[in-house]
Design a protein around this ligand. Structure first.
Ligand code: NAP
Length: 234
C-alpha cells in the first residue's frame, strides 16, 4: 500500500516519519514550485516526492495535511480519488471575536450550507464539518477524519506515554476505517471509531480543546488524550 501525503509541513513530515519507521511506502505530494530544495525528510529517508496530483494518483491512501484555506483548490487539482481512502487531518481554524473557532460547522437560516464566514448572531446549529466538505470536493473518495486531534510532535513520536494516546476517527466506509485503524496503530495511537463522517462535527471542535490547552493555557505540546477503561470494564 502506498500512502500519499499531500502537504509536507509539520503534520505531513511527522506522519511521514512515523510511517517510514513502520516500513510504509510513502510519497510526499509537494507543489512543483516548492520542491526545488525539497522539505527536510531526514526522518523519512525512504519517502519519495512527486507533484500532489501524481502522488495522489499513485496511492491507495491519500492524507490531506494542508492549510484549510488551500484545501478546495488543492483537492480539486488531485484528480479522481474514487474508492481511495482519504485521511483528512485538516482543522478549519479561524480567528473569531472570542479568539479561535472553526470556519466550518455552522448553518445559516435556510437550507444552504455556508462554511467560510463566522457569524455568531446567525448561527443556528453545528451541522457541518470540514471533513464533510472535503467529501463533497472529492466525490467517491472514502474520507476518514482523524489525526487532527493532537499536535504534530505527538504524531511524529508517541513514545514515552503511559498508554497509547487515543485517536478518534470518523468515516462512512468501514473498510477505509479498518485501513486507517492500522495506520493509526503503526503510529502508536489507540484508534477509536467515533462513527460516520458526520461525527467529524465532534472531532473538529475536539481539536480546539487540545490547541486551547497547549497554546492558550500553557500546557505545551507534549501531551495527548487517552481513553482509560476501568479494570472491570467489559
Ligand atoms: N501543526 C499541528 O500540530 C496540527 C495538528 C493537527 C492538525 N493540523 C492541521 O493539519 C493541516 C496542516 O498543518 P501543518 O501545521 O502541517 O501546516 P504547515 O506546516 O503550514 O504545512 C502545510 C503544508 O501544505 C503545503 N501546501 C500549501 N498549499 C498547498 C497546495 N496547494 N498543494 C500542496 N501543498 C500545499 C505547504 O507547502 P508550501 O506552501 O511550501 O508549498 C506546507 O508544506 C492544517 O489544516 C492544520 O490545521 C495541524
Amino acid at each position: 500500500m502506498t500512502i500519499a501525503i499531500i502537504g509536507a509541513g509539520h503534520v505531513g513530515q511527522a506522519l511521514a516519519a512515523g510511517w517510514a519507521r513502520a516500513g510504509r511506502d510513502i510519497v510526499l505530494g509537494i507543489r512543483p514550485d516548492r520542491s526545488a530544495d525539497g522539505p527536510p525528510t531526514d526522518d523519512a529517508p525512504s519517502a519519495r516526492q512527486a507533484s500532489p496530483r501524481d502522488a495522489a494518483q499513485a496511492a491507495s491512501t491519500v492524507v490531506l495535511a494542508l492549510p484549510w484555506a488551500a484545501a478546495e483548490t488543492a483537492l480539486r487539482a488531485l484528480g479522481d480519488l474514487t474508492d481511495k481512502t482519504v485521511i483528512d487531518c485538516m482543522n478549519p481554524i479561524v480567528r473569531t471575536p472570542d479568539g479561535m473557532g472553526l470556519a466550518v460547522g455552522h448553518t445559516w437560516s435556510g437550507a444552504e450550507q455556508v462554511g467560510h464566514t463566522w457569524s455568531g448572531a446567525e448561527q443556528v446549529g453545528h451541522t457541518w464539518s470540514g471533513a464533510e466538505q472535503v467529501a463533497q470536493w472529492l466525490p467517491g473518495a472514502n474520507v476518514v477524519k482523524t489525526l487532527n486531534q493532537v499536535g504534530a510532535e505527538v504524531m511524529a513520536d508517541t513514545s514515552g506515554f503511559a498508554m497509547p494516546p487515543v485517536m478518534f476517527m470518523a468515516g462512512d466506509d468501514d473498510a477505509a476505517k479498518s485501513i486507517v485503524a492500522g495506520l493509526l496503530t503503526d503510529l502508536g495511537f489507540g484508534p477509536l471509531d467515533a462513527g460516520d463522517l458526520t461525527k467529524a462535527r465532534l472531532l473538529e471542535p475536539h481539536a480546539l480543546v487540545w490547541i486551547n490547552q497547549a497554546l492558550q493555557r500553557g500546557k505545551g505540546r507534549n501531551w495527548a488524550f487517552a481513553a482509560i477503561d476501568r479494570d472491570d470494564a467489559s
